[in-house]
Design a protein around this ligand. Sequence first.
Ligand code: ADP
Length: 439
Amino acid sequence: MRYNWSRYLRLILAGIAGSTLVGWYFGFPLYGLLTGLILYLWWTLLQARRLYQWLGNPSGSDEPPQSIGMWGHIFDSLHKLHQGHLSKQDSLRSRINRVQDSTNSMREGVIMTNTRGEMEWWNDAAEYLLGFQRSTDRGQYIQNLIRSPAFKAYFEKRDYAEPLELNSPARPHIHLEFQINQFGDDDRLLVVKDVTRLHQLEQMRRDFIGNVSHEMRTPLTVISGYLETMVDHGDELPAKWRRAIQTMATQSSRMEALITDLILLSMIETGEHSADQEPIDVSAMIGQIGNDARALSGDNNHQIEINVTGQPLLKGDQKQLRSAFSNLIFNAVKYTPRDGQIVVSWRADKDGAQLSVKDTGIGIDSSHIPRLTERFYRADPSRHKDTGGTGLGLAIVKHVLINHDGHLEINSRIGEGSEFTCHFPRERLIDGGPDQAVR
Ligand code: ADP
């Protein structure tokens, strides 16, 4: 409703004119005018005081003071505005309550932290899974409540592409998966899932493969031993058995290699993120593997070159790293035709280190590359009989690198060759190691 200002102005002027007229009637027109003005000022101050008292009313829901003219209009408009705000506040509060109720009904824990990593809000599931307490933990640094070094590193890394798995600090029998999402000005929303059952199944699968492989190893060693003895005395065997025994010996040594790789893979997987921290001279290690690769190449006459740039000392597990690097270098020999070139390079600088194995071999079609590190995945299944591989080599490489906080990069073009690069973070390098030039 619009207010009629000119009418209000006319009323005031009429009032003042009236009081002047009354003054004039008694012979004091100026006093009459002054009295009119003072009365009007007094009334205005009175209305302003009523407004002030009403606005200062903490409940804010009282009816507005009644008045006439402009002041009555101001009181009504302010009252309407206030009612509007109250109803918006109510609907906002009920929406927030709904969101809180729905997040509280979730099985996943949800935690909100601010830019400094202080806890602002969390739901009931987070309270159960992580043992937070509303009365004391609001405003605490989340890293003071989840005290695992792995969580601290994950939280501070700000690369949340992969989730983190940890045991619950409050209930160690619960295995949790943390996924962090960033929003606003570096605020973070953590979603915590109970993955105990999946973790147990995964553990059972690993244990099963590890146990079966161990159990098969002994009888297989006996069979292989006898078969080798028979192959050694092949002349004494009837001719029709010689070929069969030879084939059986070849297949049983393939099975032995497979079982050795399965046991190694299950060991590496079980020890995920816990690689030993012994100093390893990568330069010496790839030198030795290079010699073995030359022996493997034999008459195929591959040119095998080894370059080492920067400091060669890496913290890690000797056995695991040897296995990963051998798999890559031997693969280069297996998948590169005779007279091909293989370059093994180690480069370390302030950003970290890389070991790359580059060959001029058969290459891999880009459609296979994302799946190459899966167990038993082969780019060209028809070839694997020739190479004698187990199909587990790159799976081993991937898990060894995970244990060393690194990752594998594969670049390849069919018919042109491949490059496999192992990336290690700066923290894995040992400072002050001998600097080696290209050799
Ligand atoms: P395998 O025992 O079959 O070599 P890996 O896990 O080591 O198993 O490798 C998986 C597959 O990746 C191989 O079967 C092969 O198709 C492909 N591959 C690995 N290394 C190379 C390479 N240097 N050049 C071409 N293909 C490769």
